[in-house]
Design a binder for this molecule. Structure first.
Ligand code: PEP
Ligand code: MN
Length: 345
């Protein structure tokens, strides 16, 4: 932590700050120029609230030089984290594609989507069974019945599964059906849920909160890791800004920023970020070009009839196009996207 004193700070004020820092357990290195004094405080506790120092007389500003999180940081672990999901590696050279409808609606819907996305190189099937809808009058999901359809369709086409968990009580119900627990944007700071997921032996896909800073997001990852689960995948899904044309604003600069600050894999979700079907393909291309380790996209056999998020769900032919294009981009930057596969039910 660096404490910059005001140019006119008196010696007594400087001494008072040094004493206070020592009192909090810091070693202090003083550097005084002609006009100004700067204090370097070593030995920062991760939870130290810098405002304790900011409010002292004569202090101009205080800067943290170490991150408030530890296990999620690149400083703690230099190499990228790779996560094995029953033989599928996340965070390696392959850009992993998660695809499927917003909500699980029927057995037939899930089978159709699974067959299509598996044939074109997706390796994980998504579908919400418990839906965090902005309105209580909107479709809330099929619950456990939906989880059964998700699992069965995925198994038929050798796909992994991911589905959202909204509360602690759902962990047990979802566990047998899913390979990855998704924490939605609205729950990114549901700290009790994060702590419980820290005790689970399956990976957690942590979406960025609607108005969360990157540091807040990484602190949420820290909750899961520090509670015992190191397998966290981050997902940039757009944040709230003043722009209203798109549903959210896809902050793609978060990808290289997170890569620098953290060793965790990071995905991008251009579907929830843009909210508009024809904006998904260009942003998927951009996300792969920016270095995302994977994509999450919504695909539906009949988007106009979807029970949720139809306008942002891709038609099958749009998904096929997207896969072809992101494959080319991945290759251009030394990565891969799974080739189309022969699938049979
Ligand atoms: C979803 O993936 O269906 C979803 C609700 O996403 P988010 O939490 O990013 O809004
Ligand atoms: Mn959705």
């Amino acid at each position: 932590m660096v404490v910059v004193m005001q140019p006119q700070a008196e010696e007594a004020q400087i001494q008072a700050v040094i004493e206070r820092l020592n009192g909090y357990g810091f070693d202090v290195h003083r550097s005084s120029g002609v006009n100004q004094t700067v204090l370097g405080a070593i030995g920062v506790q991760p939870d130290f609230d810098v405002r304790h120092i900011k409010v002292l007389e004569g202090v101009a500003d205080v800067y943290r030089v170490t991150e408030p999180y530890k296990f999620a940081s690149r400083a703690w672990k230099k190499d990228n984290t790779t996560i094995d999901i029953n033989g599928l590696t996340v965070g390696g050279d392959e850009v992993v594609v998660i695809a499927g409808p917003c909500s699980v609606e029927s057995e037939e819907q899930m089978n159709e989507v699974a067959a299509l996305v598996a044939a074109h190189g997706a390796t994980m099937l998504r579908g919400g069974a418990f839906k965090p809808r902005s309105s209580p009058y909107s479709f809330q999901g099929l619950g456990e019945e939906g989880l059964r359809y998700l699992r069965a369709a995925a198994d038929r086409y050798d796909l992994r599964t991911i589905t959202e968990v909204m509360e602690i009580g759902q962990i047990e119900v979802i566990y047998p059906y899913t390979d990855v627990f998704q924490v939605g944007a609205r729950n990114m700071q549901n700290f009790n849920l994060l702590k419980e997921l820290g005790k689970v032996d399956k990976p957690v896909f942590l979406k960025r909160g609607l108005s969360a800073t990157i540091d807040e997001w990484l602190m949420s990852a820290e909750y899961i890791i520090s509670a015992g689960n190191p397998n966290v995948i981050l997902c940039e899904r757009g944040i709230r800004t003043f722009e209203t044309y798109t549903r959210n604003t896809l902050d793609l600069s978060a990808v290289p920023v997170v890569k620098k600050k953290s060793h965790l894999p990071i995905f991008a979700d251009p579907s929830h970020a843009t909210g508009i079907r024809d904006k998904v393909l260009p942003m998927a291309r951009a996300a792969v070009a920016a270095g995302a380790d994977g994509l999450m996209v919504e695909v539906h056999p009949d988007p106009p009839q979807a029970k949720s998020d139809g306008p942002q769900s891709l038609y099958f032919d749009q998904f096929v196009d997207m896969m072809r294009q992101v494959r080319l981009i991945a290759e251009a930057i030394g990565r891969t996207v799974r080739e189309p596969q022969q699938v049979s039910a």
